[in-house]
Design a protein around this ligand. Structure first.
Ligand SMILES: Cc1ncc(COP(=O)(O)O)c(C=O)c1O
Length: 384
């Protein structure tokens, strides 16, 4: 075990049995597998939302060691945190900006997403006032209706960008809404729309910005023609496939395990209810263990009476409502002891529980499971 990502607890003091283990070796292999697969396109690993729960800073340090071309985050604060901890790799903040944030971008050498003419002009004005050049990527909306100028009216934005003196127009990008489906017709339309916007440069015999990018994980896997100059893998980097509809073409493995320990053992009498709301009871005597994890850690309450955990290499069900800080697991008449390891996400022998399983039990997607494991859960880094 190497380091722990928690500001106040040293590794020795990290006595909370509930923790996340991040396998840096696997993250490295995943990154390299993606890089080989998309070459010669560049790779911008997406590290937003605490690097999908894996720990923003440590993952960024690893990506820098691996010579990632760019890092993508969602919000200004994520970028500033990385700069304040010495990350020098170019960083694009993917989200929408407000005028009062622009000085922060410029001060910390963060690349700005300009998603409208108005915002681009604000960047130009503030960069001129500060006497610094602003690195900018233009955002084109090709069918997501989130941020960005619509592809059908992008020409004015592209023309305005060419006139800016304080803006270094480094990139132009768009984002897919549906690249994870087996039916790629919507995604192909979006790709066409992006090409339509880019045609502006060809029409005027101008070189396009050097970094054109569009592909998230599902598009990397399903739409090779969407690679352009750079790709933006998030979920795939962490070893999780974005959909069961996509065949496993790139060999990646999950880098994150979530573990805890048994803190209590008891026998429960027939008919005696378990947990808030008394939603579970047995018609026979059972043994049960209590594990110190709950929805206060991001172990979703909606998985109550559905989730399973791994204990001594076997799967057992979570019974009763998931509390804020505790769950109860039915081990029927098997044996378990205080301090036994409990795996919430991860592998044990031939058994495994994936974040996709938790997503199914919670009625959500793996992205939400990973990004919701909160900061109360210490991260421990293995390998490298
Ligand atoms: C703009 C942008 N690019 C790339 C990604 C990475 O997506 P994925 O995790 O599906 O690879 C995201 C994540 O939502 C995103 O918002």
């Amino acid at each position: 075990m190497s380091s722990i990502n928690h500001s106040t607890i040293s590794e020795e003091e990290a006595i909370r049995p509930t923790h996340v283990e991040v396998d840096l070796g696997r993250l490295t292999e995943n990154f390299q597998a993606i890089r080989r697969y998309v070459a010669p396109a560049k790779v911008m690993p997406i590290l937003k939302a605490n690097a999908y729960g894996h720990g923003l800073l440590r993952v960024a340090q690893l990506m820098e060691e691996l010579d990632a071309d760019y890092i993508g985050v969602a919000v200004l604060e994520e970028g500033i945190l990385l700069r304040e901890h010495g990350i020098q790799t170019p960083i694009l903040v993917l989200g929408g900006i407000l005028g009062n944030q622009i000085p922060g971008f410029l001060k910390h050498h963060l690349t700005i997403t300009a998603s409208s003419i108005e915002k681009l002009c604000q960047v130009e004005e503030i960069a001129a006032q500060m006497g610094v050049r602003a690195k900018v990527h233009l955002k084109i909306d090709t069918g997501m209706e989130r941020i960005g100028v619509h592809y059908y009216s992008a020409q004015n934005l592209l023309e305005t960008a060419l006139k800016c003196k304080w803006v270094e127009l480094e990139g132009i990008f768009s984002h897919f809404a549906n690249a994870d489906l087996a039916d790629l017709s919507d995604a192909r339309n979006q790709l066409e729309h992006f090409l339509e916007a880019l045609y502006f440069y060809e029409k005027h015999s101008l070189p396009p910005p050097p970094l054109r990018h569009m592909a998230n994980s599902p598009a990397i896997l399903q739409l090779p023609q969407a690679r352009f100059d750079m790709v933006r893998p998030g979920l795939l980097l962490y070893g999780v496939y974005p959909s069961t509809e996509i065949p496993p073409i790139v060999n990646v493995r999950p880098a994150l395990s979530w573990k805890s320990r048994v803190v209590y053992f008891k026998v429960i009498q027939p008919g005696h209810p378990v947990g808030y709301g008394s939603t579970w009871r047995s018609d026979h005597m059972i043994r049960a263990v209590t594990v110190p994890v709950g929805y206060g850690d991001g172990y979703f309450r909606s998985m109550s009476n559905k989730a399973r955990v791994l204990l001594r290499g076997k799967q057992y069900p979570v019974i009763g409502r998931i509390s804020m800080d505790q769950i109860v697991v039915n081990i029927e008449w098997d044996s378990a002891y205080n301090d036994d390891e409990v795996i919430l996400i991860g592998e044990s022998g031939s058994e495994s529980i994936a974040c996709e399983d938790l997503a199914e039990w919670a009625g959500t997607i793996p992205y939400e499971i990973l990004t919701n494991i909160n900061t109360r859960v210490p991260r421990i880094y293995l390998g490298r």
